[in-house]
Design a binder for this molecule. Structure first.
Ligand code: MG
Length: 294
């Protein structure tokens, strides 16, 4: 698929900055400023400042630079497989210092899909919080789903003894089985891949019941409608949990794990003591060290 966006100088320099070393300024394609070519996508920036995205991740990459375009183009790229029903599974919160980890599995078939405004469905990472908060409740009315919420207290308790991917694998397996029991069916499962499938199943070695028939795919939330829906529900639940924790500490907790988060962490420790991190943060992140130093 091809996606073309019209950029300006400013956007062109942002694009250059983003792809850095991947950029080839010496392409032999005529009238081009630069080309980026890898296994998943190809980007051609023309002298006219038109930028063309090609390849399987074209829409995903293009959407980073043009939100409107996402609505028009990416939807054509999102597929439900050639099936009339499927389950998608995704998780959120693993990159955020504050807040829980949430895994969601969602089920979709043609009939349910017809009840949802599909023009709204996108990768939850690209949607704003406000959009998620508006659209998720409507989706959740129609779509069968199951959630697993790992709060910070529990997370900090089990994380030191378990690899994070193992924790995620167990959460995914748990919600998948729960959802299949709920809908009483075993449709094709698509899981947003966070580790190689072999490892995923290795992590589940000591689990009694393991669901095996899974398609693993990276960036699945931008390729499969059903995974996009799971990610929206997971994100929505994460936002609600963040609100709840924010109320506890009387300040809106920041997402991510950047320097601002460290500053906020320091403030919170000053006010509530070190123990507050046990209940609002993922303590093994490097942020903890920075927050607690001096
Ligand atoms: Mg994911």
């Amino acid at each position: 698929m091809n996606v073309v966006i019209k950029a300006d100088e400013q956007l062109i320099s942002k694009i250059k900055q983003h792809y850095g070393k991947e950029i080839n300024f010496e392409s032999n394609i005529p009238y081009t400023q630069f080309v980026i070519d890898n296994d998943n996508f190809k980007i051609i920036a023309y002298n006219s400042n038109k930028v063309m995205f090609q390849g399987k991740d074209a829409a995903y990459e293009a959407a980073k630079w043009d939100n409107d375009l996402l609505e028009a183009e990416q939807l054509n790229n999102i597929v439900t497989l050639d099936l009339n029903e499927s389950i998608g599974s995704d998780e959120v919160g693993t990159g955020d210092y504050f807040g829980p980890v949430i895994v969601c599995s969602a089920y979709l078939n043609n009939e349910i899909a017809s009840k949802i405004d599909m023009s709204l469905i996108k990768d939850s990472k690209i949607l704003t919080d406000k959009m998620i908060l508006t659209m998720a409740p409507e989706i959740m009315k129609h779509v069968p789903y199951e959630l697993s919420v790992l709060d910070n207290v529990k997370y900090n308790e089990i994380q030191p003894k378990n690899n994070l991917n193992m924790i995620k694998a167990k959460m995914h397996n748990h919600v998948l089985l729960k959802l299949m029991a709920k809908i009483n069916k075993t449709p094709q499962v698509i899981l947003d891949q966070f580790c190689p499938p072999k490892l995923y199943f290795k992590y589940l070695n000591d689990v009694d019941e393991v669901y095996h028939d899974i398609i693993f795919e990276t960036k699945a939330e931008s390729k499969y409608l059903v995974v996009a829906i799971a990610s929206i529900i997971a994100r929505y639940t994460f936002l609600l949990e963040m609100d709840r924790l924010s109320l506890q500490v009387s300040t809106p907790l920041l997402k991510g794990a950047g320097p601002q988060v460290d500053l906020q962490g320091k403030e919170l420790v000053k006010e509530y003591g070190e123990e507050i991190l046990d209940i609002i943060a993922k303590k093994h992140f490097k942020n903890t060290k920075k927050i607690l130093e001096n």
